[in-house]
Design a binder for this molecule. Structure first.
Ligand code: SF4
Ligand code: SF4
Length: 347
C-alpha cells in the first residue's frame, strides 16, 4: 500500500477513484441542466399564474410556484435582516429567505457549490464558454492586472448592498419594504422584466453572453455579488481541493482546466473564494491520487460530495416546507388586486 502518494487511497482504490470523479462530473453537469430546466418550468408556470390574473380569470388558473422566490436575492437580504432582528420570517415571500439561507449554508458546508451545481446563470455561463472554446479553439484570458481590478467589481457591488441593507437601513424601513405592495409582487415585476425586456436590457444581456463566449464565466467572475458573498463564506467550508505534492508531476492539467482560473498546480490546498467545487481539476488530473476533494484534509469520494451538495439543497427546501415557511401568505384576492396594478407599482 502506498497511502502517502495517494492522498489516503491505496493503489487498488485509485482506478475506482478516477471512475468516481468521472461519474461525479457527470452528475454535476446533469444536475445543472435538470435544475436549469426546472427553473424554466417554474418560470412558465408562474407566467401562466400571472396571466390568469391579467386576464381577469379568463385563462386557466395555475398554482404559484414558491421556488420562483429564489430569484429575489435583494429582498431576501432584507428579509434576512428582519429575521435576525425579530426572529420572524417574512410571510409574504418566505421561500426567498429559506432559499437564501440554504445557499448560504451550502457555501459554508460545501464550497460555492451553488454556482457549479444549481445557479441557472452559472449553467448558461459554463455552456457559453464551452461553445466559445469550440468556436475559437480556446477561451481567452483578461490581462492579469485588469483581471484583478475587474474581480473587485463584484465585491464592491456586494459591499454596497451589505452596507445599505445590513448596516444602514433601520428595521422600520425594512419592515415597511416587506409589507409594501411592491415587495408582494416583486416576483411579478421580475417576470415583466424578462418578458417585456427593454432594448437596453437586451443589449446588456447580449453583451454579457458574448463576453461569456470569450472569457470563462465572465458574469460570475467579475460582476455577480451573490457569487461574491457565497465565495467569501465558502472559504470557511471544510471541503477543499487538496493536492498531494509527492504524487503530482506538475503537468498543469488541473490549472489549465480550472474554469475559475485558479493555479491549482501551485497550491497544496485550494482556499480561493473563486473555487466552486466543480471537480473539473480533479477529474482532469492524470496522476492517480495527486488531487482530491478533501474534508478537513481527508479525501472523500467525489460522489459523496455530490450527494452532500444535493442533500443540503433538498434539506433546506424540505425544512422550509415542513416548518410552514414556503407558501406565501397572499391569497387569491390579493393577487386579483395587485397583478393588474403591477406595471404601475414603483419601488
Ligand atoms: S457567481 Fe453568481 S451567477 Fe455565477 S454561478 Fe454563482 S451565483 Fe450564479
Ligand atoms: S480548483 Fe478545481 S474544483 Fe475549484 S473551481 Fe477550479 S476546477 Fe473547480
Amino acid at each position: 500500500m502506498t497511502l502517502d502518494r495517494n492522498l489516503g487511497f491505496d493503489r487498488s482504490q485509485v482506478k475506482f477513484q478516477q471512475l468516481d470523479y468521472n461519474s461525479a462530473r457527470f452528475w454535476r453537469i446533469l444536475t445543472q441542466w435538470l435544475f436549469f430546466g426546472w427553473c424554466l418550468f417554474l418560470g412558465v408556470q408562474f407566467g401562466l399564474f400571472v396571466r390568469h390574473f391579467e386576464t381577469m380569470g379568463r385563462t386557466g388558473y395555475f398554482p404559484r410556484p414558491p421556488g420562483i422566490e429564489g430569484f429575489l436575492p435583494i429582498g431576501a437580504l432584507m428579509s434576512f435582516k428582519a429575521w435576525l432582528l425579530t426572529g420572524q420570517v417574512d410571510p409574504v415571500h418566505p421561500a426567498a429567505l429559506v432559499l437564501f439561507l440554504t445557499f448560504l449554508c451550502m457555501a459554508l458546508l460545501a464550497k460555492k457549490s451553488f454556482c457549479s451545481f444549481l445557479c441557472p446563470v452559472g449553467t448558461v455561463s459554463e455552456g457559453a464558454w464551452k461553445i466559445g472554446r469550440k468556436l475559437f479553439g480556446r477561451n481567452f484570458r483578461v490581462w492579469s492586472g485588469l483581471d484583478i481590478t475587474l474581480q473587485l467589481v463584484k465585491y464592491a457591488v456586494l459591499f454596497f448592498f451589505i452596507k445599505l441593507i445590513i448596516f444602514t437601513m433601520p428595521l422600520t424601513a425594512i419592515k415597511d419594504f416587506l409589507s409594501a405592495p411592491y415587495w408582494a409582487i416583486a416576483d411579478v415585476k421580475l417576470l415583466y422584466f424578462f418578458v417585456n425586456m427593454t432594448r437596453t436590457s437586451l443589449l446588456v444581456i447580449v453583451f454579457l453572453l458574448c463576453m461569456s463566449l470569450i472569457y470563462k464565466n465572465f458574469w460570475c467572475r467579475y460582476l455577480c455579488p451573490y457569487g461574491a458573498l457565497l465565495g467569501l463564506l465558502s472559504m470557511l467550508s471544510p471541503f477543499k481541493v487538496k493536492r498531494n505534492v509527492q504524487a503530482c508531476t506538475n503537468c498543469r492539467a488541473c490549472s489549465r482546466s480550472c474554469p475559475s482560473l485558479i493555479d491549482v498546480q501551485r497550491k497544496v490546498q485550494v482556499r480561493s473564494p473563486e473555487c466552486t467545487g466543480c471537480l473539473t481539476c480533479v477529474n482532469r488530473c492524470p496522476e492517480p491520487g495527486a488531487l482530491a476533494i478533501a474534508f478537513w484534509s481527508r479525501p472523500v469520494r467525489p460522489k459523496l460530495f455530490v450527494l452532500w451538495v444535493l442533500g443540503l439543497f433538498t434539506s433546506g427546501v424540505l425544512f422550509g416546507m415542513v416548518t410552514g415557511n414556503w407558501q406565501t401568505s397572499l391569497i387569491y384576492t390579493d393577487y386579483q388586486l395587485l397583478i393588474p396594478l403591477a406595471m404601475n407599482l414603483a419601488g
